[in-house]
Design a protein around this ligand. Structure first.
Ligand SMILES: *[C@@H]1O[C@H](CO)[C@@H](O)[C@H](O)[C@H]1NC(C)=O
Ligand SMILES: *[C@@H]1O[C@H](CO)[C@@H](O)[C@H](O)[C@H]1NC(C)=O
Ligand SMILES: *[C@@H]1O[C@H](CO)[C@@H](O)[C@H](O)[C@H]1NC(C)=O
Ligand SMILES: *[C@@H]1O[C@H](CO)[C@@H](O)[C@H](O)[C@H]1NC(C)=O
Ligand SMILES: *[C@@H]1O[C@H](CO)[C@@H](O)[C@H](O)[C@H]1NC(C)=O
Ligand SMILES: *[C@@H]1O[C@H](CO)[C@@H](O)[C@H](O)[C@H]1NC(C)=O
Ligand SMILES: *[C@@H]1O[C@H](CO)[C@@H](O)[C@H](O)[C@H]1NC(C)=O
Ligand SMILES: *[C@@H]1O[C@H](CO)[C@@H](O)[C@H](O)[C@H]1NC(C)=O
Ligand SMILES: *[C@@H]1O[C@H](CO)[C@@H](O)[C@H](O)[C@H]1NC(C)=O
Ligand SMILES: *[C@@H]1O[C@H](CO)[C@@H](O)[C@H](O)[C@H]1NC(C)=O
Ligand SMILES: *[C@@H]1O[C@H](CO)[C@@H](O)[C@H](O)[C@H]1NC(C)=O
Ligand SMILES: *[C@@H]1O[C@H](CO)[C@@H](O)[C@H](O)[C@H]1NC(C)=O
Length: 796
């Protein structure tokens, strides 16, 4: 075949150099099974290769031409080999497409373009790059360096936005394997090896060293980050003279290796992700991998102790002393650290401002001023950190007190706690004795009103829901039996019960040991008692009994929205009309909270698990534990206790604790995008290329492909214009500046009036601050620093 393809060229050109060692592919001269292109200089070859000796399946590959070991660096048709007896052909078609086909004419791989005529030529360059060019002026149309397989060659640029290396499946099987490598540079350069959609190992670029070129005799690496925006790339070149061949590759076991050819075999210059300690989050939350000794080992950060026993770090570490919000905290300066994952980059901060940023946020557990003078802070758990023996950053870890003082506290605290407990027991006994003398029901009502009056001024007649006795509730729930439990959250458990006259109810029993729970309890009772709306969950009664606090709600059999939205089997129940109805219902419930009730109420924790569905799938906003009431003309407030669910919280709230009705608008926007797309705000499917749902939605929107965001399960039932309008409104709601976000009244207007003109959304920059979202089993990061976490009522 090879010779036959040469004949026309002999005739046409009357002279030809050895046709098989050409470096070009033209329209007149396709490449057949036994042909190869050899780059000018002789370093690389392109042709067909079968990794198994039986020659059963053919791949179009690039390999090193002049070394003794056949080493493939690029494969075109990795998942579509050409199997014998069919034989392969690579050709440039009349449409200027580069096409790999078999003898039956099936296309296995192609580079399509819209150039017509005899305008293109493909050339194998001596760096190992196969480029398709337009002939008159050499404009590059396509190049293999932009589409690497498992190998990154010197001078190839790998894009942060879309570039990745994907491992082979097996040693001798080039098809797509489990492992992939991608680059991030939201603030510090890091790259992540993934096993499927799970992070497998995270590696940081040492600030003075290099990523791949650990010092190795005679080989000098030059590494660079160039480009801007979506064009940001990483590139390495070998600048020493007479260097042997060097390549970086991700092998089929997930090991990232830098290799050099030493005339006989490939030797490792560096290998990554080989020890257990290297693996992502292997030391658990607040644990770190200590690289200082000979063998990397998991340890706890100072001020923390292991949760598990012995060397089992899967549970990570816990504080020896809890942080208290609002109290001055102490920062421990840890040096030469691999910075933990999931940081927030706060732009334009000096080291002092960065420390203040952390101190002002109750969720903040650490901050760093990187060597590039970037302020990074962490909210919640510190995960996947380590200590190096030379490079690394200074990590300032927030502790309740210095570790020396901790030891004192450990002794004194139990004594104080003991005394307090004794006092409490005495007081409670006295109270109980007195209380028993009075009539039971009266006591409840009187206590309740006194209690409520002491927190917020309300008139007596405002509180007209029934007080239920503890005994009745205990009977209704079979004495709080496990079989009646239908959910649990940060503040306690939720039971299903049968109450006389009301039938099925959901009973929320606040846990006794959560001191903060009392605040939340007051809040919830006072608020919901006053609220009556179709889209808000109804509070039917309450009970205070000793230190027990219970709330009785209407029972909603369909549980919460997230149990439908993110469940592969149940998401089909939510067809488009239902989803649209839910979106509008939540918007109306929120509008009622913001504007239509007598007060302005900010919910502060709107999310899919807080939207309950009744039997008709009417959405009901629940869980007002975090809600705040604004009186009169108050527009905005600040808090030092930032509570909520990560991803749903607006940037100004997370960063500065400022909240307003527009913080709820933000959460609503996120929820809306989730309902349309069926993707979680921190969705593993998105992680590969996007930082989160908002980033993903924005990219599709910008590219005019917003319709692709709509979840496949509603394709048959949806109205495209409604879905697009929802996405548009969602993007308006998640804009960075609170002033840019619409009020809920406008949101409803925009959703319900097809003719309403919508302004163009601005790019949400918030996503650029996060490095990437969690893909761990925890579905929402309920951050708890000061012993407070938010309530999740599920299972109703
Ligand atoms: C292979 O080619 C490279 C680049 O042209 C050259 O530097 C090297 O000496 C050659 N190696 C062998 C073994 O021929
Ligand atoms: C496979 O192909 C190679 C080169 O193309 C050849 O040397 C070898 O003999 C072939 N093996 C079989 C089993 O046909
Ligand atoms: C491509 O063009 C040549 C000459 O113009 C023609 O002979 C040939 O049939 C065309 N091939 C196809 C597949 O259209
Ligand atoms: C295009 O590239 C080839 C080889 O790379 C070179 O010989 C030719 O002069 C270039 N043409 C132009 C117009 O740059
Ligand atoms: C290259 O030539 C083509 C056709 O002649 C033209 O369309 C294109 O704009 C040129 N590109 C550059 C970079 O000059
Ligand atoms: C790749 O993943 C599959 C399951 O997804 C697993 O069975 C297989 O062992 C994995 N291979 C490697 C090398 O980890
Ligand atoms: C990669 O993940 C798969 C399942 O997704 C698992 O079976 C396999 O063991 C993992 N491989 C490694 C090396 O952890
Ligand atoms: C490879 O061989 C050449 C010549 O035989 C020698 O100069 C060079 O040092 C060798 N390279 C390595 C890495 O051994
Ligand atoms: C290179 O590293 C790999 C992966 O750790 C290992 O399997 C291999 O034995 C090493 N090769 C040499 C020559 O040390
Ligand atoms: C490690 O501890 C966790 C709980 O913290 C436990 O589930 C797991 O089984 C333990 N693993 C081993 C190997 O002991
Ligand atoms: C933390 O420690 C390092 C090394 O001792 C020192 O250079 C740095 O200034 C310290 N940072 C602060 C804020 O004290
Ligand atoms: C940061 O500072 C630079 C220059 O001082 C300014 O141009 C930029 O707008 C600032 N960025 C932010 C987010 O404030």
């Amino acid at each position: 075949m090879g010779t036959s393809s040469c004949i026309p060229i002999f005739i046409l050109l009357l002279f030809s150099p050895l046709c098989k060692s050409d470096d070009r592919l033209t329209q007149a001269k396709p490449l057949f099974l036994d042909d190869t292109l050899i780059s000018k200089g002789g370093a690389f070859a392109l042709g067909f290769y079968s990794p198994t000796s039986s020659n059963a399946s053919w791949y179009l590959c690039i390999w090193y031409h002049n070394i003794s070991k056949h080493t493939v660096v690029w494969t075109a048709n990795r998942d579509s080999p050409i199997t014998a007896p069919s034989s392969p052909m690579l050709a440039i078609t009349n449409n200027s497409d580069l096409v790999l086909s078999d003898s039956q004419g099936h296309i296995h791989w192609a580079v399509n373009n819209d150039i017509t005529g005899m305008g293109v030529v493909a050339e194998l360059l001596n760096k190992g790059n196969f480029v398709l060019r337009r002939s008159p002026n050499n404009t590059t149309i396509w190049e293999s360096f932009d589409h690497p397989t498992d190998t990154l060659l010197p001078t190839a640029k790998i894009l942060f936005s879309t570039g990745r290396l994907v491992s082979w499946k097996e040693l001798n099987d080039p098809s797509t394997g489990n492992f992939s490598l991608s680059f991030y540079s939201s603030s510090t350069l890091q790259f992540i090896i993934w096993n499927g959609t799970q992070p497998y190992s995270r590696i940081l670029m040492p600030n003075d060293g290099s990523v791949f070129g650990d010092t190795y005799p005679n080989i000098v690496f030059s590494e660079a980050i160039g480009g801007t925006g979506d064009g940001l790339y990483y590139q390495y070149t070998i600048i020493s003279d007479n260097s042997p061949y060097v390549r970086v590759m991700l092998d089929y076991m997930g090991v990232l290796r830098t290799l050099s050819w030493n005339n006989l075999s490939w030797t490792n210059i560096s290998v990554r992700a080989t020890s257990d300690c290297d693996l992502y989050a292997s030391c658990g939350p607040f644990g770190y991998c200590d690289y200082v000794g000979h063998v990397p080992t998991c340890r706890c950060l100072d001020g923390f102790e292991p949760v598990g026993l012995g060397l089992n770090f899967s549970g990570g570490c816990r504080r020896t002393m809890a942080l208290t919000c609002g109290k001055q905290s102490y920062y421990l300066n840890l040096t030469q650290m691999k910075i933990p994952d999931k940081f927030l980059h706060v732009p334009n901060k000096s080291i002092d401002d960065c420390a203040a940023e952390c101190s002002n946020n109750c969720l903040c557990t650490a901050y760093t001023m990187t060597n590039q003078s970037r302020c990074l802070i962490w909210l919640g758990e510190l995960i996947d950190t380590g200590k190096y023996d030379q490079y690394g950053e200074n990590l300032h870890l927030r502790l309740a007190d210095s570790p020396e003082n901790n030891k004192m506290v450990k002794i004194v605290l139990p004594i104080i706690a003991c005394m307090l407990t004794l006092t409490c027991i005495a007081l409670v006994s006295i109270c109980k004795y007195r209380a028993r003398k009075r009539h039971k029901k009266d006591t409840h009502k009187r206590q309740m009103i006194e209690y409520l009056n002491s927190s917020i001024e309300i008139e007596d007649e405002d509180v007209d829901f029934p007080f239920v006795s503890f005994e009745d509730i205990a009977a209704a729930t079979d004495n709080f039996s496990d079989s009646n439990q239908i959910g649990r959250g940060g503040f306690g458990k939720v039971y299903k019960g049968i109450l006389e006259g009301v039938n099925e109810v959901a009973i929320k029993r606040l846990s006794k040991d959560s001191g903060q729970g009392i605040e939340e309890f007051k809040n919830e009772v006072v608020l919901i008692a006053k609220l009556q709306h179709k889209n808000l969950v109804r509070l039917l009664g309450c009970c205070i009994h000793g230190d027990e606090r219970l709330l009785i709600y209407e029972y909603l059999p369909n549980k919460s929205l997230d149990t439908f939205l993110f469940d592969a089997a149940r998401q089909f129940v939510l067809d488009w009309p239902t989803r649209f109805k839910i979106i509008k219902g939540v918007a109306r419930g929120l509008l009622y909270l913001h504007q239509d009730s007598r007060l302005t109420i900010i919910h502060r924790d709107l999310k899919a698990s807080n939207i309950l569905l009744d039997s008709e799938m009417v959405p009901k906003i629940s869980d007002f534990g975090m809600a705040r009431i604004f009186g009169g003309n108050q527009q905005q407030a600040n808090t030092t206790r930032v509570v909520g669910t990560y991803g749903y919280m607006s940037p100004e709230y997370v960063m500065g604790g400022a909240f307003s009705v527009k913080s709820d608008t933000y959460s609503f926007g996120v929820l809306l995008l989730e309902i349309v797309s069926g993707l979680k705000i921190s969705s593993p499917q998105l992680v590969m290329n996007f930082v989160g749902l908002t980033a993903y939605a924005w990219r599709l929107w910008e590219d005019g492909k917003a319709a692709e965001l709509v979840h496949s399960s509603v394709i048959e039932t949806y109205q495209l214009h409604e879905a697009l309008r929802c996405i548009h409104v969602g993007l308006l709601c998640v804009q960075d500046r609170p002033d840019d976000r619409p009020l809920m009244s406008s949101v409803i207007f925009m959703l319900e009036n097809e003719s309403a003109l919508l302004s163009a959304p601005k790019k949400p920059a918030y996503f650029a601050l996060r490095n990437f979202e969690t893909t761990e089993p925890r579905e929402n990061i309920e951050i708890s620093v000061d012993g407070v976490s938010n309530t999740t009522l599920v299972g109703r």
